[in-house]
Design a protein around this ligand. Sequence first.
Ligand code: HMG
Ligand code: MG
Length: 305
Amino acid sequence: MKTTLEGLPERVTIYEVGARDGLQNEKTIVPVEVKAEFIGRLADAGLTTIEATSFVHPTWVPQLADAARLLEVLERRPGVRYPVLVPNEKGLDRALDAGVDEIAVFASATETFARRNLNRTVEESLAMFAPVVERARGAGAGVRGYVSMCFGDPWEGDVPLDQVVQVAQRLLDMGCTELSLGDTIGVGTPGQVTALIDALEDHLPRLAVHFHDTYGQALANTLAALRAGVTTVDASAGGLGGCPYADSATGNLATEDLVWMLNGLGIEHGVDLTSLAETSRWMAGRLGRPSPSRVVQALSPKEQQ
Ligand code: HMG
Ligand code: MG
């Protein structure tokens, strides 16, 4: 049964990250054909923004070293966006050669994670992104800017709100068309989420949220973000995910868990839950372990639970 709540949007855009954030942490290399089929099935289920892969250094994230090949074999559907992660100009060259028309750069709110994830200070990494954003925009590409470690960092602990807002503002000033606020290690709680979104209120139409579910807060945080006016939510099919450079990052908010909540609240999103859960079960079979998504588990036939 649908029961709405006041102050929520009528429609939410789901930004699907399973093929990138979900797979980047997998140790066993998933064949490129399986990745392409995964992305095709996600589009079949109604997802229209599917982050496909990363053009990062192949030895840093071996799972996504096949980015160019994936874009060759991927059947790109009209009406579906396939953004990719790009850290620097070398990555941008590779992405543009592969016909990409939407990218994401990824900054950190903390020095330690910037160093571990990008081999740079925060300032150096912003300097690395500036020409990427400028050139990508010049080529007509949309550019998302991620801010990681928005609430807590495994090495630095609590992250001050001002520190996050400063990095966010720099990405927006640089020309990012969207800003995704990342709780990379899933420690944030709804009060912190609301405070951060309120602090960036002037940019609301460009804000997205990106929650990992380490402490089981991802859905509660999403609801807080929706109430604060955000309408783009990142999620990963089946709850796949993690970050190879932050051990404490576990799976992302599962797209199925998000869809279940949106369905109950009567919020439009365009995704078919049955087809999506079927895809996540199929992918779990390829990875050799059950999906961590509660909704995927609940919807599974008894013999598969
Ligand atoms: P570096 O070693 O400092 O690179 O790595 P460099 O600039 O010194 O270059 C060294 C060599 O790498 C050069 O080759 C470059 O050409 C080559 P050489 O001259 O020695 O032969 N190179 C590349 N090759 C291919 N593609 C490239 C590339 N760049 C340089 N793009 C670098 C710096 C940024 C490249 C590295 O640190 C890196 O790739 N990091 C990516 C790490 C990553 O992908 N992490 C996971 C994604 S972030 C995340 O998951 C968080 C998020 O989900 C949000 C959240 O949850 O908060 C987004
Ligand atoms: Mg992430």
